[in-house]
Ligand binder design. Structure first.
Ligand code: AMP
Ligand code: GLY
Length: 428
């Protein structure tokens, strides 16, 4: 198989890496890719949100499968255009991608499919916003209705801050909407469900760390680290979430004539009243994918091609490494507000050549080659350092030993990824 991966982050580097480990894959093309994928795949430029240029690229390289990493191309209709051109694509069409593209749309689907989620009000005016905040009370949960790269949500005890974020969302345009939700308590988990329009195959659970600072302090980011599996999660959780969330949603999308093909990313809060959906995404999560794919032993291209073909019901049960995996994101100085770019990155060769190489791999995200050939930072989340170990404690130790070898002036990372889980302090 020849596979085209759309995107340029550490998630896409993880996808490319897993695809190249699949013996059925002859070549991988990454568009646009990054300096990390460059070592494994052919990097080619693309206008990823222009459906016609993605189709042209897939035709030019005669690929057998296109895997779309980020949400923006999906919302723009890239998967529809590929399927119309007869090209196999793993990723939902634009209408189904609204599950992520609009929080209000997702709430509507959840209501129709009777999926347990937070109660919510969709507001279009300042008056409605104020009423909704007072109806739910603190802590306030205020969500931009549209895509916001993981940064559109504010959770705060401070009513003025909640109001300010809500008004900023409403100021984005005449049809801007803001969603106010009931606060959900309890640990969070991410479950990636591979869907083919009717059948659902869940991957293993992971947990993400969205806040910038240790102890879940500071603003939300795209994600600062992740680990898998979740030893603390109830044994039946995955089956429960498929039965009560993913399958009903996939059935509802099929009923609407907009079948869901791709990853249904179910973001959950494990509350005292049971699992509740916090959000849907329509693609692999970043950085959870880095941890989950590090443990997947089944060939990834075979799985994604089966989903694209509507043949998941014939797929063998997935095989998983019993090891634990921890991903630590190394971020640029100033991230998430104003990341400093163009900073030289060092230490990667040392990691690849040393004792850690067997259990650690470093995935690129915000990196680029400078004109003079040096590897420099080009974004907020610069690298994902992924480690495997016999347990979370060992995986953590290895990940942080490698992070210590990374040289990035002003760079920062969380030091508590998977810490509470490794100490047995999380209870669902
Ligand atoms: P989202 O973009 O919807 O995933 O929200 C980002 C983060 O905000 C989530 O990972 C949660 O930590 C938090 N969050 C979102 N919705 C809620 C809620 N209803 N209750 C509590 N926390 C929430
Ligand atoms: N890890 C959060 C996300 O991918 O949206």
């Amino acid at each position: 198989m020849k596979v085209l991966v759309i995107g340029s982050g550490a998630r896409e580097h993880a996808l490319v890496r897993a695809l190249t480990l699949d013996p059925t894959v002859a070549a991988v093309i990454a568009a646009p890719g990054n300096p990390g994928t460059d070592a494994l795949a052919l990097n080619v430029p693309v206008d990823a949100t222009d459906p016609a240029s993605v189709v042209a690229l897939a035709e030019q390289h005669e690929v057998d499968l296109v895997v779309v990493g980020p949400e923006a191309p999906l919302v723009a209709g890239v998967a529809d255009a590929l399927r119309e051109a007869g090209i196999r694509c793993f990723g939902p069409g634009a209408e189904a991608a609204r599950l992520e593209g609009s929080k209000a749309y997702a709430k509507g689907v959840m209501a129709a499919a009777e999926v347990p989620t937070a109660m919510a009000h969709v507001c279009t005016s300042e008056e409605q916003l104020a009423e909704a905040l007072d109806a739910f009370g603190a802590p306030f949960v205020v969500k931009d209705d549209g895509l916001a790269a993981g940064k559109g949500v504010v959770v705060t005890e401070d009513r003025a801050a909640a109001m300010e974020h809500g008004l900023a969302c409403l100021a984005k345009g005449d049809d801007a909407r803001v969603v106010i939700e009931e606060y959900l308590d309890g640990p969070e988990a991410s479950l990636f469900c591979i869907c083919d329009g009717s059948t659902v195959v869940p991957l293993d659970l992971a947990q993400d760390f969205k806040r910038i600072f240790d102890g879940d302090e500071g603003p939300n980011t795209g994600g600062m680290g992740a680990y898998s599996p979740l030893g603390w999660a109830p044994e039946r959780l995955v089956d429960d979430v498929v039965a009560r969330v993913a399958q009903p949603v996939v059935d509802e999308m099929a009923r609407r004539g907009t079948p869901f093909v791709g990853v249904l990313y179910v973001g959950l809060a494990l509350t005292s009243r049971g699992p509740r959906v916090i959000e849907f995404n329509v693609r692999f999560g970043d950085p959870e994918t880095q941890s989950v794919l590090a443990r997947l032993e089944s060939p990834l291209a075979v799985l994604l091609a089966a989903a694209a073909d509507g043949r998941l019901d014939e797929h063998d049960p997935l095989r998983w490494s019993p090891q634990a995996s921890v991903t630590v994101v190394v971020a640029a100085e100033g991230y998430p507000a104003a990341p400093r770019t163009g900073v030289e990155i060092g230490g990667l060769e040392e990691i690849a050549a040393g004792d850690l190489a067997e259990s650690v791999h470093v995935l690129h995200a915000g990196t680029t080659w400078a004109d003079d050939g040096r590897l420099v930072s080009s974004g907020g989340r610069v690298l994902s350092v992924v480690a495997l170990g016999e347990d979370l404690e060992q995986a953590r130790a290895r990940a942080y030993a490698a992070v210590d070898l990374v040289e990035l002036d002003g760079g920062h990372h969380r030091t508590d990824i998977a810490l509470r889980a490794s100490r047995g302090e999380i209870h669902a």
